[in-house]
Design a protein around this ligand. Sequence first.
Ligand code: FMN
Length: 167
Amino acid sequence: MTSIPFTATDFRHALSQFSTGVAVITAPRGPLAAYGMTANSFTSVSLDPFLTLVCVDQRSHLLPLLKQGKYFGVNVLKAGQQQISVYFAQSEQTSEAEAKLGIRYRWTQAGIPLLEDTIAQIVCRVVASYIAGDHTIFLGEVQSADLFPGEPLVFFRSHYRELAPRP
Ligand SMILES: Cc1cc2nc3c(=O)[nH]c(=O)nc-3n(C[C@H](O)[C@H](O)[C@H](O)COP(=O)(O)O)c2cc1C
């Protein structure tokens, strides 16, 4: 068992035992230009009203976009989309690179970019934000959710996994 002194590495290891799905949080960064950030902190918060949250690093390029904008997209990745997760975990994002990876957006009427070919595409309205250490928690009220067939991409102990069917 690890006890005090508890380092950042210990913290990472401990939290990485909790398996999650992988989402890409999307927001507009100009007319028909999108920015995405891979996130596994996406969580359901409340059923009444329908609230979710996502934690965003203070240094992330997504942070000012969520502060300015009223809405964001949550795109749940499916099995086999590791490359898309890796792509949206870096800030160098170009239409050429996206074309190579087969990344396509659809735009909602409110001007929110959503990623095609994902298993869930959810639009949230930012209702609150809270600074929490080196991240900001954005509380989002769900406006719409489109669901599609497929298996999820899973993140566990800092590695990508896929669900195995029960033996
Ligand atoms: C699987 C995975 C999950 C991540 N989850 C989060 C998250 O919940 N919040 C966050 O701020 N960064 C998260 N990151 C890191 C960001 O994706 C990454 O640091 C960021 O997109 C880098 O872009 P930036 O230059 O805009 O900061 C995650 C990365 C990976 C690979």
